[in-house]
Design a protein around this ligand. Structure first.
Ligand code: PSU
Ligand code: MN
Length: 304
């Protein structure tokens, strides 16, 4: 194991004994939701993973250490502190060298999960190709990471603040399987449908686990996207698209760029929807934790 990583005792013991472990990211905590909902959600997500019989491993960088599994105090600190850098692949070396704190994105959480030997990772939504990328070149490093790092990402699809069609094209080019969980509609985070379909729908956690195993047994490098739509009861209706459009044009007007775009849009959409988008966001993460926990469990049984 490399000298930069600290895996907590419970997670280490689980990995050594081939028990199911689920990785969780920390950008969603420090840049994706306001305090205190961020910490409450993170704790509940860990609980839901446990209810499925798996061990949660929230991943973050604290004082330059790659942490796999946070203590309750570390989680609280992370949710409250304002000097936490959003850490994608490019940011890690500097943050480590300077002993800073970093919130791990999907890309970085995948990197650290792979270092630790964790195969299943649960989040809300992944990054993607931004609208207008032909001009801005703004394509999330999450997509490159999915091409090369062997971790399955359970998410609720891609937000329509992004160009969903181009995101799916990019993933196809990179050979990343995009699988619907009990659906053929590719979900758009707040809504169950995006207007795009996936080729394959996974019937249950066992089929999902066999799909991961087949990919990695054949040495087909890289991750998989398991797209799990928000439950019907908590999904938003099409009016969310107006909130997204107005937030996007405000973002452009203000000249907000790069890594600040996603956090700005999430905050603004929450204001425009008077908090409803945050409730949906929380509900879909819980649903992903449930499914991800089940897939991790099924995967560990396959490898007994
Ligand atoms: N989508 C969300 N909430 C988030 C993110 C995405 O609904 O918090 C975060 C994830 O950590 C993702 C990152 O990896 O934003 C992508 O940022 P960028 O586009 O700058 O790569
Ligand atoms: Mn970007």
């Amino acid at each position: 194991m490399n000298k930069y990583i600290d895996i907590n005792h419970e997670v280490k013991e689980a990995l050594e004994n081939n028990k199911p472990v689920v990785a969780l990211e920390s950008t969603i905590i420090s840049h994706g939701m306001p305090y205190p909902q961020n910490v409450q959600t993170a704790r509940r997500v860990e609980e839901i993973v446990r209810e499925q019989g798996a061990i949660p491993a929230t991943i973050a960088v604290i004082g330059g250490r790659l942490k796999v599994g946070l203590t309750s105090e570390e989680l609280e600190f992370f949710g409250q502190s304002s000097d936490i850098l959003k850490a994608s692949r490019r940011d890690l070396p500097y943050i480590i060298a300077n002993e800073l704190h970093g919130a791990t994105t999907v890309a970085t959480t995948m990197i650290i999960a792979e270092m630790a030997g964790i195969k299943v990772f649960v989040t809300g939504g992944i990054g993607g190709v931004h609208r207008g990328a032909a001009e801005s070149f703004d394509i999330s490093a999450d997509l490159q990471e999915l091409a090369k790092t062997d971790v399955a990402v359970v998410c609720a699809g891609v937000k329509s603040i992004l160009d969903i069609g181009l995101t799916l094209e990019y993933l196809e080019t990179q050979g990343v399987p995009v699988l619907g969980y009990q659906t053929k509609d590719f979900p758009a985070f707040y809504t169950r449908q995006s207007g795009f379909e996936v080729l394959y729908s996974l019937e249950n956690a066992e089929v999902a686990a066999k799909t991961l195993k087949a990919k990695w047994d054949m040495n087909l490098k890289g991750g998989l996207v398991i797209a799990n739509p928000v439950p019907k009861a908590e999904a938003m209706d099409e009016s969310i698209n107006e909130a997204i459009e107005s937030s996007l044009s405000e973002c452009n007007k203000k000249g907000i760029k790069g890594k600040d775009i996603t956090p700005f849009l999430l905050g603004r959409i929450k204001e425009v929807t008077e908090g409803r988008s945050l409730e949906t966001n929380i509900a879909l993460v819980y649903n992903n934790a449930r499914v991800g926990g089940q897939i991790a469990k099924a995967y560990s049984l396959l490898n007994r």
